[in-house]
Design a protein around this ligand. Structure first.
Ligand code: ATP
Ligand code: MG
Length: 392
């Protein structure tokens, strides 16, 4: 038996002349998401159709809810283009819904094929009437139905009940590539998720300060990138050995500016990696005034060391809002594991909250870190997280 999912796309369908570009990316991403399992993907007139063997349906359902660009999807049934066939399958689906506890229903019909001899109103009326007769446990509620039967008359006829929400957004890779600064904390995985949602393909970079930060801290970041991978269409994580630059900053930089100087060094490496990887943006998990290095003045200084746009999707969010997303995408539990990151370990007791723009830039330049940073990036370890399609 085959299972068919009908997929609705939102914003993509508004893209006018660029629509086919976005549709092509989405199709590629859906295919890649299900590599290794038998799936066919088609798109026709603003709808996508994914067909698989019944045994893989739960896996495909889970996967579709992670592919950006999908607004909603539903398990659907393709029937012949006549009222008799529509009636038969409608009554069967309604019967199933009633057995699962639905007491009220409504029929919603869309006819894009105007040659079909009944219009949407007539279809709703006829089929609604037939369902009522066949399934006495159901009654009609057009305002708040517990179950809705959807009928789409297109080049073929599709029937479906419950619609499942997709993640929305735009297909990953439709907005080019970005470098995500991924620490083990709560914020940066959420920042990566949100930018991927707008179509950015991401590579991640983690600055590792061994032995000041432990192997467990590094493993935690690898685990986070594994959790993010299904949303991000796979993820390369670059683990940069950061101990030498960190110690140099600690030794030679003004004590109160250590964190911000370290942030600048991170930006420089992220920018160099962006050039290597053909990325056009940097992404961080900063939120305004969350800590000393995230004030307006601090962000101005760190941002001035790259000419790439720095996307900070959490900038206007409260911690509670960020945590809600972290829980939803499954990173929260891993993020709160108690392994320190380098920032807390090397943080000065009284960090500057309003660094002086010119002076701090000068202090950074005096450290002459360029060569050391170049070496650190060259020595980076690369860990790839692919999307796993394991049967449960
Ligand atoms: P997070 O929860 O993402 O760690 P945070 O609230 O702890 O953020 P900071 O530690 O000040 O904030 O870090 C701000 C941002 O800088 C992070 O969101 C992340 O993008 C980046 N960052 C910080 N430390 C690292 C690191 N060791 N490796 C890579 N990126 C980092
Ligand atoms: Mg942190």
């Amino acid at each position: 038996m085959k299972t068919l999912f009908l997929i609705k796309i939102g914003e993509i369908s508004l893209k006018g002349g660029n629509r086919s570009f976005f549709e092509k990316k989405l199709k590629e991403n859906i295919k890649n998401r299900f590599r290794g399992i038998p799936v066919t993907v088609k798109n026709r007139r603003g709808r996508f159709y994914v067909e698989t063997e019944e045994q893989f349906a739960p896996l495909v359902q889970e996967g579709l809810s992670q592919v950006f660009g999908i607004v909603s999807f539903a398990r659907s049934f393709e029937v012949e283009k006549n009222m008799e066939s529509i009636r038969k399958v409608s009554c069967r689906l309604a019967g199933e819904a009633a057995r699962q506890g639905a007491g009220t229903f409504k029929v919603e019909a869309r006819r894009s094929d105007k040659n079909f001899p009944f219009n949407s109103m007539e279809i709703c009326r006829e089929i609604g009437h037939d369902v009522l007769e066949a399934i006495p446990a159901l009654s009609v509620d057009v305002h708040k139905p517990e179950w809705q039967l959807n009928i789409e008359i297109r080049d073929r006829v599709y029937l479906y009940g419950r619609q499942i929400k997709g993640p929305g957004g735009l297909p990953v890779s439709s907005a080019g590539r970005g470098i995500l600064l991924l620490s083990g904390g709560i914020d940066s995985p959420v920042a990566g998720y949100l930018m991927a949602k707008r179509g950015l393909k991401l590579d991640a970079v983690y600055f590792h300060t061994y032995p000041y930060t432990s192997d467990e801290a590094k493993q935690k970041v690898i685990d986070l990138s594994r959790i993010l991978a299904p949303y991000l269409a796979g993820l390369n994580l670059f683990i940069v050995p950061f101990t030498e630059p960190q110690l140099a900053i600690k030794k030679k930089g003004p004590e109160a500016e250590v964190t911000i100087l370290m942030r600048i060094a991170m930006m420089r490496i992220a920018q160099a990696l962006a050039h290597q990887r053909n990325a056009g943006a940097i992404v961080t998990g900063e939120a305004l005034s969350q800590v000393a290095s995230q004030t307006t003045e601090s962000i101005r200084v760190t941002g001035s060391f790259t000419d790439l746009p720095v996307f900070r999707p959490l900038i206007g969010m409260d911690k509670e809002e960020i945590i809600a997303i972290a829980r939803k995408i499954g990173t929260f539990e891993t993020s709160i594991l108690p392994h320190d990151d380098c920032c807390t370990l090397f943080a000065p007791k009284r960090p500057v909250t309003r660094p002086k723009y010119e002076a701090t830039r000068e202090h950074y330049k005096e450290l002459c870190l360029d060569e050391m940073l170049e070496k650190a990036l060259n020595d980076a370890e690369r860990v790839y997280s692919r999307v796993e399609n394991l049967e449960k």
